[in-house]
Structure formats: structure tokens, C-alpha cells
Unconditional design. Sequence first.
Length: 289
Amino acid sequence: MLDHATPLSVAFPAAPLAQVIRQRVVPALIDLHGAAGPLPEAVELAQELARGGQGEALIQRLVAVGLPFEALMLRVIAPAAWHLGEMWQNDTCSFAAVTLGLWRLRTLSARVGEMLPGLVVAPDPRRSILLATLPGEQHDFGVSIVAEFLIRDGWMVTRSVPRDAHELLSELRALRPALIGFSVSRESTEGVLAALIAQIRRLHPAPRVLVGGPALAQDPMLARRCGADAAATCARSALDAAQSLLAAPCTARHTHPQRKDQSVGNAETGGRVPGIGPGRYRTPRLGRG
């Protein structure tokens, strides 16, 4: 039976992986729609993944009993990442199991969207966005969650983990998306982001630039200084900002964060999470359920 009263503990051990999952992944995703605390199935899922399981049967069971998309994402999958970190900190699973478990959670987040596709709407190729990490970064668990909400809203989403600026610019030239969204995990990468945005501005056509991630929670003006068109600190504001940029005329629009406690960014695990590489182009699962 689902226990809807289970709270999310805030007493997380102070360790690099644990801190990242606590500070960057779970708060962002749990706050995404003001969701309640995690369900007991989040622990069950984490334990299964730590043992090398796939987790899909558990997700299918929750879908079968009627758990909606948002609850699956925010009360099961996101907290499972937290529990994986706690298990590693308590020496009940290996670091390799945690990194592979996070990778599997990313796959499960896409499967949830496929199992619960939402309402069908007419496809609109103008609603295209490339979501990318900064060149050289590979940790994009939070980005993958945001991507699923955009896909569910009818966006045509491409995910990219570029090795360098040249690779990213080549993708932009080939795909010509309306928007590009960056996740920025560290304020120290401000110079890299500013230089990259300047290069993007020279493309024809140049996509609008949306910036999000945990760095904006610490420095809300980072996006403006780097020349972005809009900023977002949670998946909901990312959806709103993307739609606003799409509807805006030629002049750039700057939408700035309102809260510092809802950053959505990359799930850095203190090591290399197996990279999936540049995201494949995905036709949208259409509409909002």
C-alpha cells in the first residue's frame, strides 16, 4: 500500500556524492511541482538497482495501480537517487553500483514518459530545444528529468553531452533548434558559458538561450551576465520560460529566478557516471497528461 505521509529526511551524511544528490538532484525534483515526500517504493527501487536490478517491473506496478506521471518522477525516481547515495555513504553498496543505478534511473525516467504519454496534441516543429551540459561535463541526471517534462508538454527535445564547443556548435547547425538550454552546475564555469553563448549568437539562425542549474541558485544574475535570454531554477519555470521565448519577438527576453531553493542541475557523483554521449533526436510524446 502506498504511504503518502512518508517525509523526506534532511539528515543526509556529509560526503561529496551525498551532498550533490541532496543539494542538486532531490530538492530540485521534489520541489518541481510542490510534491509531497517520497513513497516507500523509492527505497525499494534504490535497493533493487543497488543489487544490479533494472527496476522496470516496480515502475510498471506503480503505473498499473494508477500512480500519475508527476508522482512517479518526483516521489519515486528522484528520491531513489537520494537513497542510492545514502547506501553508498553507509557502505551498503559500491560506488560502481551507485553510478550505474543513477544511469538506470535516467533510463527509467524516459520509460515513465513512454508508459504515461499524456494527451495527444498536434506536433509543432517550432517547439524544438537542445538541452546540453557545458562541454566536458557528463552528469545530466537532473537535465534528463527536465527533458521528460518538456517532452510531455509537446516539445521536440534533443539531449547533448558535448565533448567540446565545436561538437555542440556542429549539433546546433545540424538541428537548428528554436532554443538551447544549458545546465550550469558551478559558478566557476561562467567564463566558459559566456564565451559559448557569444559563439551561438553568431550562428544563422541563432537559437534563443535558456540557462538553468544549481549555479543560478547561488548567483541569480549569472544568466544575464553571460548573455542568456532567460533563466530557470526549476522544471516548471523552464517550461514557462521556453514557451515565453518561443512566443517572444526578436528582442531578447530575460526571465530571472524567483526562488533559490529549486535549482535543477546535473547530478555529479564525485566520479564519472557512464556517459550516454550526445543525445539522440527524439520525436515528442505529445501533450500534458
